[in-house]
Design a binder for this molecule. Structure first.
Ligand code: ZN
Ligand code: ZN
Length: 250
């Protein structure tokens, strides 16, 4: 879709619905994580959300993951014009390891949906390879890295879902996608104010409730396998939901 871009000026040329090139301002989609929490949660400025899923190779999320993701968004966001998820395969850079700057560059090359009148957009990138912040005991499964951008390490998730007795690919993908969007929604204490103190400050922007979707272990493979006992997808606890409701969400 993108035929030219100028990241210095924060503009990109995309095709409109009639196939004509139009120049779009991308600066509203290049802010920090949590900066658009209210815009995502409330209908004050945007009544519709479009999520653009970009994936490499066969790392397309499962159909059930996208159903779970849409259910999660519709349950928490005030979007009277609805939530739409579109997806597209993009060229694989085939790196073994990706830094957050590599990931930003890939998004900038391929993202085609940006905020426009009444519609806010989110980019979700499903990548092969692994994150350069991985440690021996912490294989990162996803990162929220801009106000409307997250990355999912699809190949790493598959390595965990393929382990004996591990939860299904859909379960692992659903937890990580919902968790990363939770960060875009300003959780915890990162763009959405806490109504009660429940920030696990030792682990940054996470919740103290170990049954909550926003517990810190939901983001690494090792932690998530420990956290998921029955194979069901953790929900947000009452503390996190109260925060979202106070910032325009449902
Ligand atoms: Zn997290
Ligand atoms: Zn919570």
């Amino acid at each position: 879709m993108s035929c030219s871009k100028d990241s210095e000026n924060n503009t990109v040329v995309v095709e409109d619905e009639n196939g004509n090139p139009i120049e779009v301002d991308t600066s509203a989609n290049k802010k920090g994580v949590g900066d658009s929490a209210n815009d995502l949660l409330s209908s004050n400025s945007f009544e519709k959300l479009v999520v653009e899923i970009l994936y490499v190779d066969n790392l397309q999320p499962t159909a059930s993951t996208l159903v779970n993701f849409k259910d999660f968004l519709e349950a928490r966001l005030n979007k009277p014009q609805g939530v739409e998820i579109v997806q597209r395969q993009v060229e694989n850079e085939s790196q073994e390891v990706y830094s957050i700057q590599d990931i930003r560059n890939i998004e900038d090359t391929h993202r085609s949906k940006f905020n426009e009148q009444g519609t806010i957009t989110v980019s979700g990138l499903f990548l092969d390879g692994e994150y350069d912040q991985n440690t021996e005991n912490g294989s990162v499964l996803g990162v929220a890295y801009r106000n409307t951008s997250f990355v999912i390490f699809g190949q790493t998730i598959r390595e965990f879902s393929n382990q004996p007795l591990a939860p299904s690919l859909t379960t692992l993908e659903s937890v990580v996608v919902n968790h990363e969007v939770g960060h875009l929604l300003g959780l915890v204490n990162a763009g959405t104010d806490m109504q009660t103190n429940h920030q696990d400050t030792a682990h940054g922007r996470h919740c103290t409730d170990d049954n909550c979707l926003m517990f810190w272990t939901a983001e690494t493979g090792e932690g998530l396998l420990n956290m998921l006992t029955g194979g069901s997808i953790p929900s947000l606890d009452t503390f996190c939901i109260a925060d979202l409701q106070a910032n325009g969400g449902k």
